[in-house]
Design a protein around this ligand. Structure first.
Ligand SMILES: NC(=O)c1ccc[n+]([C@@H]2O[C@H](COP(=O)([O-])OP(=O)(O)OC[C@H]3O[C@@H](n4cnc5c(N)ncnc54)[C@H](O)[C@@H]3O)[C@@H](O)[C@H]2O)c1
Length: 309
């Protein structure tokens, strides 16, 4: 299996590293426009192979898409990250231009690839990649839900003093402040979380999760990379190993949840064909209202993109 990661910055390099050391692909190609950066990081990952014992071949290139030819999966992380005080939406114009040009080049050399978008604003960059690739919606998806859910699970594990491995959860909606938490679907070793934690603490964790990205931007002056890079690699793994994993993933909704033509995070089954099924939960009225407000926000940002064209 061959995987290309576009953007050899913090998230892209982390994703390539996870793909290599976990031997998720036989070959990982890292692409960037900054001369030498992808080559250097790919070489560094390759030189770690004899220490950490893996044999995934890792190659870096500067803007040369011929080397990406025949990729099974392509992860797009190219774009500017968020700086303090910036919202994800501020990034739209610059990153849409980057995602457009990158997607066109990727598809020229790997017409059968499945595309995973990471660049922000996530839901709208996934839309851009869909427009530019002309692939079916099941083959162009965005990574956000696994990261948002992981943040929520990590906070819960800390509060309950349990292993994060035992926390199962799903969050839906857009990536950002309008995400839709679903405590009803959160369990700890099979036990509903509401039996183990008081409402006030749970609400505080949900609020912290909504602004989890911003918390890290404030601390580091740029957005996160370890968890985002690992989350994208986990999606790649589900596809290349045909694992049929159930993850929250950003996809264009075509009538599911009563929503049309909008990119939102929903639970799906991920396997070798990309998104193999969208899982429709029976949401209650409050959850439906939250999802609608998330939809309204994403639609507004999609409209900004449409007006740019
Ligand atoms: N979806 C999520 O949950 C999530 C999480 C974290 C970051 N992000 C987003 O991911 C993106 C990358 O973040 P980062 O921290 O890795 O940023 P970064 O600045 O470290 O890396 C971005 C890389 O993209 C490269 N690049 C720019 N234009 C390019 C082009 N046309 N072709 C190839 N490469 C190009 C840059 O040279 C840079 O190396 C940002 O948009 C960020 O907001 C999303």
């Amino acid at each position: 299996m061959k995987v290309t990661v576009v953007g050899a910055g913090n998230v892209g390099a982390t994703c390539a590293d996870v793909l290599a050391y976990r031997e998720i692909a036989n070959e990982v190609v890292l692409v960037d426009i900054k001369e030498g950066v992808a080559e250097g990081k790919a070489l560094d990952i390759w030189q770690k192979a004899p220490i950490n014992l893996y044999d995934t071949r890792t190659v870096g290139v500067t803007n040369d898409y011929t080397k990406t030819a025949g990729s099974d999966v392509v992860v797009i992380t190219s774009g500017l990250p968020r700086k303090p005080g910036m919202t994800r939406d501020d990034l739209i114009q610059t990153n849409a231009g980057i995602v457009k040009i990158v997607t066109e080049q990727v598809i020229e050399h790997s017409p059968e690839a499945i595309i995973i978008v990471v660049s922000n604003p996530l839901d709208v960059m996934t839309y851009q990649a869909h427009l530019s690739s002309k692939l079916p919606r099941t083959k162009v998806m965005g990574m956000a839900g696994i990261l948002d859910t992981a943040r929520y699970r990590a906070f819960l594990a800390e509060a309950l003093n349990v292993s994060p491995k035992d926390i199962q959860a799903v969050l839906m909606g857009g990536h950002g402040d309008t995400m839709v938490p679903l405590p009803r679907y959160t369990t700890v070793g099979g036990i509903p979380v509401t039996e183990l934690i008081d409402e006030e603490t749970l609400d505080a964790i949900i609020e912290r999760t909504k602004f989890g990205g911003g918390e890290l931007v404030k601390l580091m002056g740029t957005s996160a990379w370890y968890a985002p890079g690992s989350a994208a690699a986990q999606m790649v793994e589900a596809i290349v190993r045909d694992q049929k994993r159930v993850f929250p993933v950003c996809i264009k909704l075509d009538g599911e949840y009563g929503i049309d033509d909008c990119y939102l995070g929903v639970p799906v089954i991920l396997g070798k064909n990309g998104i193999e099924k969208v899982i429709e939960l029976d949401l209650n009225e409050d959850e439906k209202a939250l999802l609608q407000s998330s939809r309204t926000h994403v639609k507004e940002v999609m409209a900004v993109l449409e007006n740019l064209k």
